[in-house]
Design a binder for this molecule. Structure first.
Ligand code: TRP
Length: 339
């Protein structure tokens, strides 16, 4: 049965010790919510994860944790196709072909490559890191994705994907769907609790970052100790970045406009307000944590989910790869009509 919903695809990094509240509100929940209106393909880009120095045992563990986290948040592997990139060999295969139509100068202009290559803590930049965006283009084109829900930091890679698809199609005949140049609108921009001038990030000290998997008592303590601003009014304002950030968090979690929250907390002190924020975070995350623990306790089940996801992904990827191989003039293997 063909699926009439537009197709989306996104790669979801197997992050350190799980997402923080900024990732959760800005991306993870969004991916989950897209599974109804779209024919969604989500995968863990483990091939991309080894483009910088990494620990093999941690990568394996985090891959499974990322899958468990997405499912704990509500991703339903029956509605969306959830898989691990290395389970689908077509990604690397198409990546090679696309690398052969990518200009060296073109790849050298990718800002994420330049940023990562300049970071001393990541060691010497590798050829794998250089071709990262080309592999990402292969990820997207294999599935004929119409849209790619990613943050603005990835828009240059989506642009490259469009360029490569158009170039391939005009050189070798119509083969790939050219994805739309859309990025996810940035809704909740969650700031660090200790330094609200900065975006919440795991590279900042842990006191300012709420992890989805933090123990509830830890989360509560971090929120109660969040920096607030001079004065005592619960109001969003440029000179009140700490309070504004907490209002943003509460607003996103309770789907209540900031103005309504300001009204609700008029006359309350910062203490009561922070308690309300901590309660809302706990109410949101505790059920996620329970489901997460239950899922991780059953790796055989997660393995089955991923095997099924890889089967479904491969049935699409194989078709696209065969069309691309045929278009570039590879000789089909004897005895088989296709690769
Ligand atoms: N580069 C993306 C990121 O850092 C992850 C990714 C890999 C991806 N392949 C993808 C995202 C394909 C969208 C589509 O977040």
């Amino acid at each position: 049965m063909s699926d009439e919903r537009p197709r989306i695809l996104s790669g979801i990094q197997p992050t350190g010790v799980g997402s923080h509240l900024g990732n959760y509100l800005g991306a993870v929940k969004r991916w989950v919510s897209l599974q109804d209106g779209y024919d969604a393909f989500y995968f863990i880009p483990d091939l991309h994860a080894i483009t910088v120095p990494h620990d093999p045992a941690a990568l394996r563990r985090r891959t499974l944790e990322a899958v468990a986290e997405l499912m704990a948040v509500g991703l339903d592997p029956k509605r969306a196709t959830l898989f691990v990139q290395s389970h689908v060999p077509e990604h690397a295969q198409l990546g090679w072909v696309l690398g052969c139509i990518t200009g060296f100068g073109e790849a050298s202009r990718m800002t994420q490559f330049k940023d990562k290559a300049a970071r001393d803590d990541l060691g010497t930049a590798t050829v794998g890191l250089f071709s990262y965006p080309i592999l990402q283009a292969a990820d997207i084109l294999l599935y004929g994705a119409d849209e790619v829900p990613v943050g603005s930091d990835q828009s240059q890679h989506v642009e490259l994907t469009r360029d490569l698809a158009q170039r391939f199609n005009s050189r070798f005949g119509p083969t790939f769907t050219v994805p739309k140049p859309t990025v996810m609108a940035e809704t909740a921009r969650i700031a660090d609790l200790q330094d609200p001038a900065k975006k919440m990030s795991k590279s900042l000290p842990p006191a300012g970052t709420v992890l989805v998997m933090d123990a509830p008592a830890t989360t509560r303590r971090k929120i109660m100790r969040a920096v607030t601003d001079t004065g005592s009014e619960v109001r969003a304002a440029d000179d009140k970045p700490g309070v504004t950030n907490l209002l943003g968090i509460l607003s996103a979690l309770t789907a209540t406009p900031v103005a309504a929250l300001e009204e609700q907390f008029a006359g309350s002190g910062y203490g009561d307000f922070k308690r309300a924020v901590a309660d809302a975070v706990a109410a949101e995350l505790e059920p996620v944590q329970e489901r997460y623990a239950a899922l991780l306790a059953d790796p055989a089940f997660l393995g089955d989910v991923l095997a099924d996801g890889a089967d479904r992904a491969r049935s699409v990827a194989r078709e696209t790869l065969a069309r691309a191989f045929d278009a570039v003039g590879f000789l089909p293997p004897a005895g088989a009509a296709r690769w």
